[in-house]
Design a protein. Structure first.
Length: 172
């Protein structure tokens, strides 16, 4: 399991640190079957930011998302893998920072495609990419490349159930 190497309480109102297990367990249980939009932030070659909504899934303790090879997101990631993934989960807003790299091994592609299928998107593996009869228009035409986010840092701001604000750092 991906565990933080350090945790810092950012809450200024006295709430305790939010344990990493809270957002991690939500990612593991909510990303496949819940209608969540993740926003992937990348850096354009000139340094300007770019953000786009994507469907993402948490598989084997990592975040995976897809993108057409001609999209701005994919072109940015090929030049600079640094990115963010932001999402509002039940009870906590979460920002994940790290590096995203394309996944091409068939075992991982098959495992992630199965999770996408369990959530209602009929993904299949074709060569070293994913395909399906449909996807979000922002993904571009098939086939879609799969990316894995390697976590460096995460920030969470909890709501009523898990109040607090916390930063988690991860070894990379």
């Amino acid at each position: 399991m991906t565990e933080p190497t350090s945790t810092r309480n950012l809450d200024q109102y006295g709430a305790p640190e939010v344990p990493w297990s809270f957002p991690r367990d939500l990612l593991a249980t909510k990303t496949a079957g819940t209608d969540l939009t993740f926003f992937i932030g990348t850096v354009r070659p000139g340094g300007r930011p770019h953000s786009a909504g994507v469907g993402a899934v948490w598989v084997d303790d990592a975040l995976y998302f897809k993108s057409g090879p001609a999209t701005r997101r994919a072109r940015n990631l090929s030049a600079n893998p640094a990115c963010t993934a932001s999402v509002r989960l039940p009870g906590i807003d979460l920002v994940l920072e790290g590096d995203a790299h394309r996944v091409t091994d068939s075992a991982t592609l098959e495992r992630v495609a199965a999770v996408y299928r369990s959530g209602g998107w009929p993904a299949t593996v074709e060569g070293d990419a994913l395909t399906a009869p449909f996807t979000a228009p922002s993904a571009g035409p098939p086939p879609w490349h799969l990316y894995r986010l390697t976590l460096h840092t995460a920030f969470g701001v909890g709501g009523a159930e898990q109040a607090g604000a916390t930063r988690w750092d991860f070894a990379h």
